[in-house]
Every structure is written in C-alpha cells, then in structure tokens.
Ligand binder design. Sequence first.
Ligand code: PEP
Ligand code: MN
Length: 491
Amino acid sequence: MSGVASTSGVASMSGVASTSGKAWSPSTWRSKPIKQGVAYADRSAADAAVDQLQRLPPIVTPAEICKLKDSLRSVALGESFLLQGGDCAELFEYCADSPIDSKIKLLLQMSLVLIWGAHKPVVRIARMAGQYAKPRSSPTETTASGRTIPSFRGDILNGFEEASRTVDPGRLVLAYFHSAATLNYVRGQLASGLADLHRPLDWGLGHVRDAELQRKYRRIVGSISESLRFMRTVGADATRKLETVDLYTSHEGLVLEYEQALTRELRHPAGYQPVFNSGKGPSQAQTDGSQIKGAADKGWYNTSAHFIWIGDRTRQIDGAHVEYFRGVENPIGIKVGPSMEPDELVRLLDIVNPRKEIGKVTLITRYGEDKVERLLPLHIKAVQATEHVVVWQCDPMHGNTRNTTQGIKTRHFSSILAEVTSSLKVHEECGSFLGGVHLELTGDAVTECVGGSEGLVEDDLSLNYTTYCDPRLNEKQALELAFLVADHYRD
Ligand code: PEP
Ligand code: MN
C-alpha cells in the first residue's frame, strides 16, 4: 500500500514519491495538461464548492474499497466474473426509488444467470451513485434552430436543457448529495431484502418472440430456480448468505476537482493485505511492510465511489487524469479503445500500478465488433509479456455506436453480442480469459438499442428513447445478453 505513516499530507506525498519516483498528492494533476478540463467562469463559486466537498464525509469507506479490490483479485485470477453496468449518463432525477430498484434487480438477475453459466461467483459493480460526468467529442453542439450551445457534460457540470448549459459549480455539491442519497437507498434496500433470493423473482420472458429461444430461456430460469430451491432445502443458506448481496458503485473519474475533494488519507482496513505479483506468482504483502518500501498504515482513498475508471479520451500517459489515478488506493479501470498502442498500454500499467498489485487494474476493452479480433490479441500479448495481472473486461457498447438514417444514436444488439463473443474467443486463443463485461443498461423498458428477442427495429426507437447520452440496453435486452454469455460457458 502506498504512503508512509504521517499526520500531514505533505509527508505522505513523499511516501508515494518513494515508489513512483515522482511526488504525488491529490492535487499534482493540476500541473499536467488536461483533456476535457473545466473552465469555471465563477472561480470563487468553484472554490467554495470544493471547500464544502472537502468537509463532507466519505461516501464509501476503505473497508468496502478493499473488499472490492480483493474480489477483483479473484476475477483477475479467473476465480470470479465481473458484471458492471448502468446508465451512460446518470441524471440527478434518477435518484428516485423506482429507477434505482429496477437497476438493482436487473443487475441481480443478470448476475444469477452468469453465476449459473460460468460456475463462478459474480462481482457486481453499478455505474450508479456518481456517474454524472460525460466526456464529449465536441465542446459545443448545434440546436435544431441552428444555435450553437455548449454540449451537455453531465449533471455534475451543466444541465441538459438549453437554458442550463452554462457550467454551474454548485452542481459539484449536488453530485455529492445525489450520490450519497442513491447509495443510501441502495444500502437500505439491500439490507431490507431487495436481493433476498428466498423471494421468487419475476423473470418476465413473455416478450421473447421466437418459440425456440423462449424454451431455452425458460430452461435456464427453471434451472436457476431449482438450484435456489435446493440450496434452501438443504440449508445451504443457513449462513444468511441468500438474503443479501454486495453491490459496489463506480463512475468515470473525469471531473478531477470533484475527485480530488473526496480523496482522503485514511487508515487501511485492519489486517488488509494487498497481493502483488512477485514474478514467481502472487505474494502477500507482509504486515510489517517488508515487501513495500515506505509501507504505512494509511493511504489515499477516493471516497466518492468504490471503483473509478479513466475514459478513452483522457488516458494520455502525461495527462492530468493518469497523474491523479496513479495515487489512489481504489481499484481502477482504464478504457482501452482502438487507438491504444500495445507499448502505451504497458507504460500506463507501469505508471498506475508500479507494484503490480493483482486485480488493481481492470482493462475495459472497447474496439467495435469489426476491430476486436485484430486489436485485442495485440493488447493481451503485450500485457502477458509483463508481470501485470489485470482484469480483462469487455465493453461491447462504445465501439458499436451507430447513427440511423434519421440521425438517432443507436447500437445493434447483434453487434454488442458479437464483440462479447469475439472477446471470449480471442482470450481463449491467447491463453487468457475474459474476466467480465461492462454494459450501458437501464432497468426500464426503453427503446434505444435495436435487436434482441423483442425484435426492436429502427422505427421503434422513438417509442421510448430517453437517454441523455449513449443508447442503453433495456431490461429485456440486458437479461438476454446475460443468458447468451452464460450459454457460452455452458456449451
Ligand atoms: C462511457 O463509458 O460512457 C464512455 C464515455 O466510454 P469511453 O471512454 O470508452 O468512450
Ligand atoms: Mn457511454
């Protein structure tokens, strides 16, 4: 773990310096070139917002963060599977019971299907309770009436309505409170039995048009329900394990003023031991710190979410985001798109994870169905030539966004499935394995992606197209994807 024991941030900065060669603190990113940076017109309002954020309590704790890191280590070693999903752009207005309930239930059902298919525990991470910042390819957009206005950058910075496109620093604080309220409700619902597997689950397969497919899905659901019944009967749930599940939160760590304000130097959980790859296989850090120069009882935790990731647009080696991410204890993700060079990927891993902590980094690959078979092997082989042990996760959404002839952003279910299927195959061929999937989805009956067993076509998109950013899988399409991935493992 990084950081030397200290009472002041300055001493601890030098602790991180001893491992990386260059001093790090939660604010060193400010001296680096930044992509997607924010120019706050009202500087004093921005400072006041950051001041307030710095005084507010952590949203998540080191104990939870390290528990997730342990689980991701097991994903990296092939013992568990990672399911991550949620909205592209979470809105403050989604902080309400119904959208939260439907998303939790969907992630839970998908995870049951994946457990059944892969015969492995599933680690669940929601893109929720903080996914309020969006990178944009252009800072402005043109309205239907021909006006040029700033692009919507997510509720943490500006509003979608034309009248609220100016960046408002007060939204940084609102983002905190909406994250906290969302997570509070998630925790409450889980503790109250929302994920209690003693309750019958509603699988709602009536929409599946194809009779053969309908039979196949019913068989899977029947088999899962049977397994749950069996476990209850033999008392395998005596440890109350069936009554709740872990659900972690995540977002893109884009607005660094916000991330910095919630980065706190905190005590590591008692007895927590990270595991590094020593070159001879996994080795536990000793509690006396003998394996880690300058090891201490504290580290810098991003307390805004359990897991944060660097987007494909902000992962420059010398940039502000990579600088920020290299100093935090949290497990982190890096989006890996078609422009990533294999040697650049290795350099990035060396920077953000110099001690080669197993499962610390999740590589979220997103090439597009037509590029994955060419590019993924190059990235896998580059990482295999090092001692980095990562989680390989497939994001089949972001390389497969298309515009319809009417200019509506959509994604084809078949392209999404094709990228996952190709990723599974390429990993197998390379002697690697796919650790998980990263999906944009919602628990509601939206019509944003075409295809799937409901047979949505382009003309249906206008029925319920409600995303403020990228098109999401609806609850039926998401569940179907889980069935198909599970099926792959069963075959
Ligand atoms: C996203 O995950 O919503 C996103 C913007 O992804 P990427 O950085 O891969 O484009
Ligand atoms: Mn997106």
